[in-house]
Design a protein around this ligand. Sequence first.
Ligand SMILES: *Cc1c(COP(=O)(O)O)cnc(C)c1O
Length: 505
Amino acid sequence: MHYTSTRNSNIRISAAEAVINGISPDGGLYLPCEIPQAGLDFIENLVNAGYNERALKILELFLEDFTACDGDTRLDELAGYIEGAYGGGKFDSPDIAPVVNLYGSVHMLELWHGPTSAFKDMALQLLPYLMTGSSRKTGNGSEIVILVATSGDTGKAALEGFADVPDTKIIVFYPNNGVSRMQKLQMTTQEGGNVGVIAINGNFDDAQNGVKAIFTDEKINALLNENKMAFSSANSINWGRLVPQIVYYFSAYCDLVKKEAIKLGDKINFTVPTGNFGNILAAYYAKEMGLPVNRLICASNANNVLTEFFDTGFYNRKRDFYTTVSPSMDILISSNLERLLYELSDRDDGYIRDIFASLAEKGEYTVNEKVLNGMKNMFSGGFCDDRATEAAIRETFEKYNYLCDTHTAVGVRVYEEYRKKTGDAAPCVIASTANPYKFPESVLRAVKRADPESYDEFGMASELEGLTKIKAPEQLTGLKNKNERFNITCEKDSMNKELLKILGL
Ligand SMILES: *Cc1c(COP(=O)(O)O)cnc(C)c1O
């Protein structure tokens, strides 16, 4: 299996190269030259398997260079990575990504049982193994410098995944006023000798643009090269982030078959609260591989650029940016959308170059009829504001005794509106993307219908525990007793200088 670039279809590289490079030199994103097929027979064989076995069977379809060639030893390599990522009690559920019934035919896929309480762990626990393994295969022996722009959850999950991994360094940039207090503390207290955390005066898009600019800066790259270092990306544009996410869509389907909530072959819907379009794109790939999926419902917050796009085919980032109670979805440039458009344009790299040139120059583009029809056949978009988000948290708790975080609540709300509007009552799985205690202030205010009594996150968390009888994870409450190690803030145009300082260059 080879990988190519959305902006140059002539590229042919291995999975290991795609993981280590992160982004193609032409600015495009890597994806497999062909989408492997995994039909009903394949799924049937996974129904009674555990998560790790499901992961192995799916990942080996994409990561041939970690499995094929000289037989069993390579397969052991990938199996070992999976065990390292999801084994050893790092997840607080034996199912890793359990499916919980909300009501009737609606289910929650809980993706936050990992060490940082957000779905980013599903990929970022595995990525360090894939990346150091890829580095050995591509063999230039450089130290890997991981740069991350985060809207809150990726940063911590990447820090946790890469902390003290030999031959790597990791530096995270986050928007100073764009993450929750709990998210910030998770990052600034991170332990490990190879980690750095920097706040920027700007929003997530500024952080992401700054990181992209550093990646392609020739001078900085040359400087790293001289010092036997090389950049890589742990952002959701890295294929190594995307591929582990495909696994849990298959896993959720298998669980529903196992529980006899559906029959093998029945089509289901997925609703995914969306920011950078990584999580829902993994659902798209699962569908293209053969998972019986009817519709993918893309849920946005007040930053509803994707809702308009799925309705009209017009992508317009020139709009007000809102800081919301679901900060990990406060994004106006959804990077992974590029992969979908490449697929739906029948892999027309020239077309992708054109529309992304238009996005860069004019802040907008409109897709052609073929792409728009492809989108409409598969996706529905919807959004809700902060008030509706908090109402969804409250109602979901009062009706079903299920406590959602703010991002998941956007998914619940948008799904309910979709169902009302369309009458589509097919079984639906809603991605539950973070533990509610990552956002104790908003969740508490929603459930309590009043302002919190306490002024700090930990007081709010214990108020929320008292009210709901649902326990906060220790990895969050324990932050109270940790030292803040990082307090650097920089302007968005001096990210490069801060980075070089941290690297000692
Ligand atoms: C990152 C994140 C999202 C958005 O996921 P994308 O892959 O960027 O679309 C949603 N919810 C939570 C809690 C997140 O951390």
